[in-house]
Structures are given as C-alpha cells and as structure tokens.
Write a protein that binds this ligand. Structure first.
Ligand code: FAD
Length: 498
C-alpha cells in the first residue's frame, strides 16, 4: 500500500520548487560557495536560486589589470563548480540596479541576497539599490561575509572608532568569536531555465595580447578550492610564521591575500581553522596568534576605510596636505620598472610586475623609498599597486600606504625612514630574494649584493656587473634624501609650508 504521508514528504520540496518564485544571490567579492551567508540564506528559502555576478563598470575604483586577471579565473572556477552542483552562474555587465530589476521582474524574484561591501562607492550604490528594490516591493537581505567583525561593532568605550591598532585588536579579541563557517552546499537547485548570461570571454577581463600574465599563471591558482589548499598548506608550516614572515627569500607567509581580496575564502574560515590548529598544535599557537593579528590589520584597515571614506585619496593627518611632494614622472617610472639602483627595491617591484604580488616587508621598503627618498605622493604608489597587485584591496592598500607615508592612523612616524640597504641586509642576508628577481647582479656575493655601488671593481667585474650599464647606479643617495625628507617634514610640522 502506498504511504501517502511519506510520498508527500518526498514530493513536497520538488513541488514547492516548481511553484515558487526564485531567490537571487548577488555575488560580489564573495566568490565562494562555502561560508557564504547570502547563499546559505537563499538556500534556506527553499526556492530555486539565481546566482548572479554583475561586472559593474560604473563602480569606482574599477579593478586594476592584475585583479581583473584574477577575477576572470575566479569566475570561471566558480561558474564551473556551481553548475556542477545544479546552478549555473549568470554573468551580466552593466549598471547593477537595471540588471537586478530586469532579472527580478522577468523571473519573479521576491528576495535578493548579498554579502555587504565596505568601500565607500559600493556602500552608496548598495544603499540606492536597496531603496529602489524595496520600492519595487522586493525584499533585500544583506550579510557579513567579509570581516570577522563589522566596522560599527568595534567601538571604543566612549563609542568612537579606533585609530590605533593595538586597542582595536584587543577589543576584537574580546568580542564573541565570528560564527562557525557554513559548509559548502552539496546541491544548489538553480532556476530552470537560468537567466541569460554573458560569456565570460566576451568581457575581455584579461585581454591576452600582450600576454603579460604568464608569471601570474605560474605563481597562482585562483579559486575557492585553491584558497582552501593554500590555507591548509600554510597551517602545516605555520609554526615558523612569526620567525620568518619578514624574510622575503623564504615562503613563510600564507599568500592568502588575493583569495581574501575576492572572498574565495572568508576571514571567518581562516579564524576557525587557525583556532582549531592552535588547539591541536600548542607549539604553533604563538606564531598563529601573530598570523591572526595580521588578519586583524585587515580588519583595522576596513574599519578605517569605513569610518574615514576619504582614506584612498586624502591623508588622515591633514597637515600632510601641505607636504612638498615631488611630481617627478621619470623617477616614478624608474621605481615602477625596478630600475632604482637599490636592489631590494628593484627586486620587489619586479616581483610585483611578474607575479602580481610582493612580499609585505618589501612592500614597506619599496613604498618608503617612493614616498620618503623620492618624495613622490603616496597616492601615486597606491595607484601603481592597485593596477599591478592581484590582491589589490582598497582598504588594505590605502591604509598601508598611509601607514608607510606616516600620514595615516597609527602610522610609522614620518621620521623613521627605512634604509633600504640595511633592511635588505637584515631581512635578505644572503641575497636570495634579490638574486631571484634581479638576475643581472645575481653573481655578486652576499657582501656586495645589497649595495653594489660599494663593491670593489674586482668584485663587480667578477660578477659581470657594470654599474650604469648592466645595472643602474642608485638613482638617489639615501642619506641625502633622508635629510631632505626630514627637513620637509619639520617644515610641515611647524606649519611653515605656505
Ligand atoms: P600574511 O602575512 O600571511 O597575512 C595574512 C593576511 O593578513 C593577508 O593575506 C592580508 O589579508 C592580511 N594582512 C597582512 N598584513 C596586512 C597589512 N599590513 N594590512 C592589512 N592586512 C594585512 N594587502 C592586501 O591584501 N591588498 C593590498 O592592496 C595591499 N597593499 C599594501 C600596500 C603596501 C604599501 C603595504 C606595505 C602593504 C600592503 N598590503 C596589502 C598588506 C600586506 O603586504 C599583504 O596583505 C601581505 O603581504 C599579503 O601576503 P600574505 O597573504 O602572505 O600575508
């Protein structure tokens, strides 16, 4: 005899799916299926899903070249995996509101789900979209899919936002843990037929000619699966992180930044993996605390950007508006091309150009050289990083450049000027990193590789180096540049720059 009750319980979900409207998940910088609160909420609605990514050409700033290469690969990976689970990824290019309205109207969508963004232009756009869709009678639900704690939830005792990292992070650590990560769905019932989609290749995110991405392809595998593997690989060797993280010649950092930037992995996933690992391997606990504090710097940068939306363009310390920055295009070019004559700076800039990444210590050295030795505005450096970093992130990039320039919150004091040669000898003592990226001086011994201009003629000749021909002379004398920068700073501080 047929058991009607159990037949009904088996049939009900399919029946419901057929008769119900669709739920739309608008993916942005959360290109993952696991721990995606917007997707999880849409799945809980038990309606067929539309997974949508919009390339919004009006949103500022537009992603730079390296980030667009990453985005193309990430969308390809996500689309392939979501389709395998039952829901193709719909791609559309244009103004977000118009596209959302068209798809919602055509496919009887009642609720739109997304994870929140914190960049000023995205906040304004999303607010307008929410208002407009609600006026259309739709429901919009947004979530935190990006941060451990949202900027408005980390406040000082007198209800202000933090401008200093240490108390900010202390407060974060005292808050309840971020929610436990949501597992990836094993099936996503997509709306059939799915809305029309653009072809990813028609977007020409990565033009292909000239093919400048070979180094990035060698160095990286974008996508959620690779993000998880990268985290696991890092955790296996993380006991050394605190000791070796400043050494660019050693692969001791996580290299998770590009994955975090597009949300292929969430900060919450990292947090909970790290906490589990600390529990299982107490010997790595301190090192992993240091690692989490770097995730804390990311949180802090988002906190600054949210509360100070001018962060990408204006110094947090207004006195720096009067700094006598130099508009020196030739020097900027030499820096961009890794032709400054300071090997550690050149190695970093070439690593960046080749792979879309630069080690953090070298980012600090190269950035300091630009803003303090060359006195070129930090915004020019931030623009170049924005275009060339595959982990380009408005909050992290802006906050870090302001930190290096000394004009940001909790910044390195302006008078503490990095000496590129000393930094190089300290953090790349054998010159391994320099040799990798500046091959024309690779044959110099460790004693000569940090300051080739001080090497003896014999040493240079034996290494096949002719300064001014095979490798540049230093474009500026660091000691002199330092004095000039300090004098300019004293003037600004005294309010003498009129
Ligand atoms: P890990 O040492 O493994 O750190 C783990 C994660 O913590 C990183 O992936 C990143 O998300 C976060 N993090 C680490 N250091 C910082 C920091 N100082 N500020 C904020 N978050 C941090 N990072 C970006 O993600 N995007 C950028 O556009 C960016 N621009 C920078 C520009 C300058 C001038 C400087 C000095 C730093 C910049 N950083 C930026 C921060 C940092 O250099 C990178 O996050 C880090 O090198 C990434 O490598 P990793 O993932 O191996 O780092």
């Amino acid at each position: 005899m047929i058991d009607h009750a159990s037949t009904l319980s088996i049939l009900t979900p399919i029946h419901c799916l057929l008769s119900m409207t669709a739920s739309l998940v608008w993916l942005r910088r959360d290109l993952r299926l696991a721990d995606n609160p917007a997707l999880a909420a849409a799945l809980a609605s038990r309606q067929p899903i539309i997974l949508l990514y919009i390339l919004d050409d009006d949103l500022t700033p537009q992603p730079g070249g390296a980030a667009r290469w990453w985005l193309e690969n990430s969308l390809y990976d996500l689309g392939r995996r979501s389709a395998a689970l039952g829901c193709p990824l719909t791609l559309r290019r244009g103004a977000a509101l118009a596209i959302l309205r068209e798809i919602c109207g055509r496919h009887d969508v009642k609720t739109v789900y997304w994870n929140r963004l914190y960049e000023p232009a995205a906040i304004d756009r999303d607010r307008e979209i929410k208002t407009a869709l609600r006026a259309d009678g739709l429901t919009c639900e947004s979530f935190n899919g990006t941060l451990l704690h949202e900027p408005w939830s980390v406040k000082t005792a007198d209800d202000r936002f933090y401008r200093v990292f240490t108390p900010f992070w202390k407060t974060c650590l005292a808050l309840p843990d971020p929610p436990f990560p949501i597992p990836a769905p094993d099936r996503i019932t997509g709306l059939t037929p799915a809305p029309n989609s653009d072809h990813l290749s028609d977007w020409h995110l990565y033009p292909g000619r000239p093919d400048w991405a070979a180094g990035m392809r060698d160095a990286w595998t974008p996508g959620e699966t690779a993000a998880t593997h990268t985290l696991e690989h890092f955790l296996d060797q993380a006991a050394d992180y605190a000791k070796k993280r400043d050494h660019p010649g050693v692969m001791a950092t996580s290299r998770l930044s590009p994955y975090l930037s597009l949300g292929e992995i969430s900060a919450g996933q990292i947090w909970h993996h790290v906490r589990t690992r600390q529990h299982q391997h107490p010997e790595a606990a301190r090192s992993l605390d240091k690692f989490l504090s770097e995730i804390g710097w990311r949180e802090f940068s988002y906190n600054l950007l949210f509360h100070y939306p001018q962060l990408p363009s204006q110094p947090l310390r207004p006195e720096f508006d009067a700094f006598p920055w130099q508009d020196d295009l030739e020097s900027l070019r030499a820096w961009q091309q890794g032709q400054t004559g300071y090997p550690i700076v050149d190695a970093g800039m070439r690593e960046l150009w080749a792979t879309g990444y630069m080690h953090n210590r070298v980012r600090m050295i190269a950035a300091s050289f630009l803003v303090k030795d060359l006195m070129i505005p930090w915004q020019k450096g931030a623009d170049w990083f924005w275009d060339t970093l595959c982990d380009a992130d408005l909050a992290n990039n802006s906050a870090s450049w302001q930190w290096v320039a000394g004009c940001g919150a909790d910044a390195a004091p302006y008078f503490r000027i990095f000496n590129p040669s000393l930094q190089s000898a300290k953090y790349d003592p054998e010159g391994d990193y320099i040799r990798r990226w500046v091959p024309e001086i690779a044959a110099l011994p460790a004693t000569g590789i940090h300051q080739p201009w001080l090497a003896s003629p014999t040493t240079l000749a034996e290494a096949g180096v002719t300064l001014g021909q095979t490798y540049p002379w230093p474009m500026i004398d660091h000691a002199t540049a330092r004095q000039t920068a300090l004098a300019a700073y004293q003037n600004v501080k005294a309010g003498n720059n009129s």
